[in-house]
Write a protein of this length. Sequence first.
Length: 182
Amino acid sequence: LNNASILRYPTSFTGNQRRVELQGEGYFEVAHDAGKPFYVIVNNTVSVQVLGTHFNINAYLDENIWKTSLIQGSVKVLKGGSTVHLSPGQAAHIDSTGIRIVKGIDAEASISWIKEVFHFEQADIKSVMRQLARWYDVDIEYQGNVPDRQFDGDIQRNLLLSQLLEKLERNGIHFKTEGRKI
């Protein structure tokens, strides 16, 4: 589980299915069992049926798009009446309009957090700061105009928050820290 995430599961799986509930982000490696399919219920809204696989779900409530990225195997993603079937290297992007498949994803980038790395691809400052807020358990407040910049690259998560903010300030963004608020 990534920071600020919750996984609910029974002490043992009984009946004809294995079912867990996720809020936030989690990486799963699930063994195939045709007699007991595995389901991840995401934020009580989306269901991911697992067919024996390795996959990542990123579904923080403060994100506009929730993503299920398939590394290996097969999954079905269900929301309302829509269902998509993913193959390795694909992701399901889920938003208020429904589900769409994105092909040719960078699977390693989708699970970079497992390797203690922040990975940014065309990320705006608000997206970057949401990740920092979860990791460092801080509150973010914006004052004035928010710069319209895109960030690409990887940053190790073992840096002190002050070191990471210093790196971002080199891009012309200024921060003021007061206790747990930036």
